[in-house]
Design a protein around this ligand. Structure first.
Ligand code: ADP
Length: 443
């Protein structure tokens, strides 16, 4: 019997695969977190950039005003004609006017005096600066920043323009938040989608690998079991023939040996049939020769023939057959399926509990054959597996019984080819099993 140790390389490959998938998913998750963080940083930088622009514009405007103040303060003392000099200042694009003394009559201006920004130069002279100048410095900011000067600012400490006079437009802020949110959502959803796809793909590959590992394991066990099953009858046939060849046997003994040899031949034939049938039933073009038949009569005849075998094994077989149940069946194939279930019931039950009950009933539109035994039972988690090819329950108590794991697989294939179903129910360990076959009734 092969053990799971023989599959160590495949297991190792499986572990490596799982490790790689964990690594990929971790990388992908890290990438998502990194991209989300990057998006947040990007929008933060964009907001910071606008703030920096405001700072630069304030600084530039203040510096320009300051240069004018310094220049005028210096030049006014040197000027021969102060008024002419002051008039010449009006051609400066950022100076809108000036005043000498408090009398507005004496104010001069290039247009309308906008007295938001002004500077006292000394000697009663005040110079007015264009309040829109800082706004003009923002021309390349695509309207992202709003500029609103307020009050009258004298430029004390050489500061006229402060960052409070600028505001990032609310719609720009909203757009920034919206695009950041959009990017985060995109990375989160696309990333999660890729993680899910990777996990799903990995799950499919893992399941396929696991199944193929399981199948390899079962096939190895099958080969082992079949070799063993073939060898036993062949060895006994050889021994019987050698005994017969010796010629020392009387007729009665010879007849006995012929019977045993025939049994061995039937056993071998049955096994070859099973293997051939398993090959055939797996094919797409597997068809049965269905004919209308009286299942009640067929089953009664089969159980009559079976009774001596069960008696010989010290068992009991009980029957409850509803009359005249007609189905369309390939009875040879169906009988093989029934035989596989009954043989299992006999071989897996202990001699003292070889009690089998066969019931045939009508349930709605189905004929229902159930075969109940009082054997070891089948654990709930194994009940689906036992119909798989080469599957044998890995419990040593049942493994000690000979078998190939093909019997119930063939039962399922045969019953399904009849358009029916087969299921097993078991109350648990040592509480027996009930196999139920349902076939469509012929009305
Ligand atoms: P096998 O040749 O091993 O009997 P089967 O396909 O007929 O193959 O059965 C699959 C497995 O189901 C068996 O190995 C056995 O473990 C379990 N099994 C089948 N019938 C019974 C039963 N009546 N009671 C307990 N276990 C059963």
């Amino acid at each position: 019997m092969k053990t799971r140790r023989d599959l160590r390389p495949a297991r190792f490959a499986l572990f490596v695969f799982v490790g790689l998938i964990i690594f990929c998913v971790a990388q992908l998750s890290w990438w998502i977190i990194y991209q989300i963080d990057l998006s947040k940083q990007l929008s933060k930088h964009q907001a910071e950039l606008l703030d920096q622009k405001i700072e630069i514009v304030s600084l530039t405007a203040n510096r320009c005003f300051q240069q004018r103040v310094n220049m005028i303060s210096y030049a006014i003392n040197m000027a021969e004609n102060r008024e002419r000099y002051l008039d010449s200042l009006l051609s400066d694009s950022i100076i809108t006017g000036y005043s000498i003394g408090a009398n507005p009559e004496e104010w001069k201006h290039s247009g309308l005096i906008d007295s938001t920004f002004y500077a006292n130069i000394g000697s009663g002279i005040t110079v007015f600066f264009d309040s829109q100048f800082p706004g003009r410095l923002l021309e390349d900011s695509k309207g992202e920043i709003q500029y609103k000067p307020y009050g009258h600012i004298s430029g004390k400490n050489l500061v006229w323009v402060v960052s409070d006079m600028f505001e990032i437009r609310p719609e720009v802020k909203e757009e920034l938040e919206r695009s950041t949110h959009g990017r985060i959502m995109m990375f989160a959803s696309e990333g999660s989608f890729f993680v899910l796809i990777t996990l799903f793909g990995a799950f499919l590959i893992y399941r396929t690998l696991q199944r193929s590992e399981e199948l390899t394991f079962r096939q190895q066990n099958f080969i082992h079991a079949v070799t063993h099953e073939f060898r036993t009858p062949l060895t006994s046939l050889r021994l019987y023939l050698q005994t017969l060849q010796s010629g020392k046997l009387n007729d009665e003994k010879k007849q006995d040996l012929y019977g045993k040899m025939l049994d061995d031949c039937y056993r071998l034939e049955g096994m070859v049939d099973n293997v051939l049938e398993a090959g055939r039933s797996g094919r797409q073009d597997y068809r049965l020769n269905l004919e209308k038949t009286n299942l009640t009569d067929d089953l009664a005849e089969y159980l009559d023939n079976l009774k001596p075998v069960v008696d010989g094994l010290g068992g009991k077989i009980e029957r409850h057959l509803a009359p005249d149940i007609i189905v369309k069946a390939d009875y040879q194939a169906l009988e093989r399926a029934l035989r596989a279930i009954v043989e299992n019931a006999l071989k897996y039950s202990k001699p003292e509990s070889r009690n089998i009950t066969v019931t045939l009933s009508r349930q709605g539109l189905s004929a229902c054959v159930s075969i109940a035994d009082k054997g070891p039972g089948i654990p709930a988690h194994e009940q689906k597996n036992i119909f798989d090819r080469f599957y044998r329950i890995g419990d040593e108590s049942t493994r000690s019984v000979k078998g190939t794991g093909l019997g119930l697989y063939l039962v399922k294939q045969t019953v399904e080819a009849h358009g029916g179903t087969v299921e097993v129910k078991s109350e648990g360990a040592a509480r027996g099993s009930v196999f139920t076959i349902r076939l469509p009734l012929v009305q």
